[in-house]
Design a protein around this ligand. Structure first.
Ligand code: FEO
Ligand code: CA
Ligand code: CA
Ligand code: CA
Length: 635
């Protein structure tokens, strides 16, 4: 991650220059400094290093101001080729099985597989680094601090005292597994985004865990057999199998207390098991705590956990108990701009969505008795399922089993399939919930309800247009975090301004600054990035404006609400992630994830086709004029 020190909340029209190049670029009025990077050895144990592919960041001050604090950083996954190519030089030792992986000749032996699995999983999870701000405003890691530590994907594998823990309704199911660890858990991995609680802990979200352990379970929540093994061409796949990890112990929200190095991180199973993107916590004194969450997969759901007991600020760290007990809800959107929260409890009636309203024409439902999903493609099949199973109690033996299979259980009760919810954030003054639906595309797993997510397709002509995503805004009834009804509307559409969009595409991470400006990281995908000679480069012109991924900001209220301005762009094939402001608004932390993941500009023998734009502002509208283009080959 980097830090951008400056007064934040820039004025519209203030930013004057914008460049596109294979680097992190911030406006000329700003600068950035690298805080810590992959491979840095800043931890108490000299064998530890800072992990790979940073995503979420959280800054927790240690004192009354922001001059000193703890930075939590998620490590999501490894980008295989750049990781393999640079591992030895950065980490200072060869990667296990490196020759086999490079040449794809032969296969790894069991010992190599296990060593490689450990290396892959070690890079994931998260890091805590103690930072101090010097008089120039620069944050630096406090080397040797007792707070600096890793919580990796293999945490506890060799040191049982460092195993993670689990609580909530699924903990007993996890404890009955075959790994011999009870409810204790080896590590956390696939940590995408997250959240911060009012009592000062971090919530880190396990997202694409299915790339390393199978996700299918039966009616007891017990994993069902799936293809496992190493494909040398994709060496992260099912790394968990090589280490005997229990698949149902991943896909959760894990709570970590960076201020207490001795505290064991806990997976909060009451919040469900799905491809967790992030958690937005809404804490209103005397009301139940609400945690808003997204399941980032095609047709994934929008979720809310409501604690059983009310939030009391005076309880401090005891607030963690709120995450152990409560009700998990799935959003059911209605086309008229209203919606309701459907409880995921065993008594909830089975009522799956009609697949004819779903992009891709498919809904996945729990397959009984085999376990895993079964695809439903017609209204008749959906009706037959509803006829056969009356409530979730006919599909799951326990509440814990249902929570372990939360995505399919939500499909069974008719939660609205949505357009891949990435980040959700709560407006700092009015409590409304902003949701980045990153893409309306369908997949063989289904897609979003096309009556609700028509804007995520950019136009009415939804099946033909690029599914660029949109930002939705949700208002709880009576502004109550525990409300069972809500209103929703599209806040901003992605896509070109000329086509009625706000300019950004594929919104992913969000955050608010102290002026209630919304900051938006785009994630247009490597396939859409402007690598010379890439045949679909046209896609980048329509989906990213600047090609590389961009950090945008926009006002959320007033005359200029919804007008997006670009603030920063990242290196080619990166994603800017984890934007976090310090409380004083003087610094923005930002992570630069997976630069050059697909081979970068050099892949096709081209050098840097950089472009400089001038940003003009007139009547609150923005125009970009290309002022200079540096041809490829001229460096
Ligand atoms: Fe890891 Fe949905 O982003
Ligand atoms: Ca990411
Ligand atoms: Ca994301
Ligand atoms: Ca994304």
């Amino acid at each position: 991650p980097v830090a951008v020190p400056a007064p934040m909340a820039p004025t519209f029209g203030e930013l004057t220059r914008f460049e596109v190049k294979d680097a992190l670029v911030v406006p000329r009025e700003y600068r950035y400094e690298v805080v810590v990077a992959w491979g840095d050895r800043v931890f108490a144990d000299p064998a530890d290093h800072f992990g790979y592919n940073n995503d979420f960041t959280a800054f927790l001050p240690l004192g009354a101001d922001d001059s000193e604090g703890l930075l939590w950083v998620n490590h999501e996954y490894v980008s295989e080729k750049p990781w393999l190519d640079t591992y030895n030089s950065v980490i200072g030792k060869p990667l296990p099985g490196e020759a086999v992986l490079r040449t794809q000749a032969g296969s790894l032996d069991d010992e190599q597989k296990r060593a490689l699995a450990k290396a892959v999983l070690y890079e994931q999870g998260g890091s805590i680094v103690h930072l101090r701000r010097d008089p120039s405003g620069r944050y630096q890691v406090v080397k040797g601090s007792k707070y600096n530590r890793r919580v990796s994907g293999i945490e506890g594998l060799d040191k049982p005292e460092r195993l993670l823990d689990a609580d909530g309704p699924a903990a007993t199911v996890l404890a009955a597994g075959k790994d011999g660890l009870g409810k204790r858990i080896v590590g956390t991995f696939a940590n995408c985004s997250g959240g911060v609680t009012p009592w000062g802990t971090v919530l880190s979200c396990e997202e694409n865990f299915q790339s390393q352990v199978p996700d299918a379970v039966d009616s007891r929540g017990v994993p069902v057999p799936a293809k496992v093994g190493f494909d040398p061409a994709s060496f992260g796949d099912f790394a968990g199998a090589a280490l005997g990890l229990a698949p149902n112990k991943y896909g959760w929200v894990v709570e970590i207390d960076p201020r207490r190095p001795e505290a064991v991180p806990v997976k909060r199973t009451a919040l469900g098991r799905f491809r967790h993107e992030n958690v937005a916590v809404r804490a209103v004194e005397g009301k139940p705590l609400a945690c808003y969450m997204g399941d980032d997969r095609t047709g994934g759901h929008t979720w809310k956990f409501v604690s059983r007991n009310p939030y009391r600020a005076a309880a401090g760290a005891a607030g963690s108990a709120l995450l152990a007990e409560g009700t998990l809800y799935i959003a059911r959107y209605r086309p008229d701009g209203t919606g309701e929260w459907v409880p995921l409890v065993l008594a909830t009636p089975v009522d799956p969505a009609d697949p004819t309203h779903v992009a891709g024409g498919r809904v996945l439902l729990p397959n009984r008795p085999a376990g895993g999903p079964v695809a439903v493609d017609t209204p008749e099949q959906a009706a037959a399922f509803k006829e056969r199973y009356k409530t979730l109690a006919d599909l799951y033996e326990s509440e814990g089993a249902m929570l372990i299979d939360a995505f399919l259980a939500a499909n069974a009760v008719g939660g609205t399939p949505t357009a891949r919810p990435e980040d959700l954030e709560i407006h700092p003054t009015d409590g409304s919930v902003f949701i980045a639906y990153t893409s309306g595309a369908a997949s063989p797993e289904g897609g979003p309800d096309d009556r609700i997510f028509v804007t995520a397709f950019k136009s009415e002509d939804k099946r033909d247009k690029p599914p660029h995503g949109a930002i939705y805004r949700l208002f709880e009834e009576a502004n109550d975090p525990a409300a069972l009804r809500f209103r929703w509307k599209t806040f901003a559409n992605s896509g070109e301004i000329a086509a009625g969009g706000a300019g950004f595409a594929f919104p992913d991470n969000l955050c608010f600054d102290s002026q209630a400006n919304l900051w938006i990281c785009s994630d247009i995908g490597n396939q859409n990035q402007p690598v010379p000679n890439r045949t679909n480069a046209r896609a980048s012109a329509t989906s990213g404006l600047f090609g590389s991924n961009t950090l945008w900001f926009m006002a959320t209220d007033g005359a200029k609400a919804g007008t997006a301005l670009p603030f920063a762009t990242g290196p080619v094939e990166c994603e800017l992630t984890g934007p976090t402001f310090t409380n004083d608004g003087r610094t923005l932390f930002l992570a630069v994830q997976h630069p050059g993941e697909g081979g970068g500009w050099r892949k096709n023998g081209a050098t840097r086709p950089e472009t400089e734009y001038e940003l003009l502002s007139a009547d609150g509208k923005r125009t970009f004029v290309q002022t200079r283009s540096i041809p490829a080959g001229s460096n």
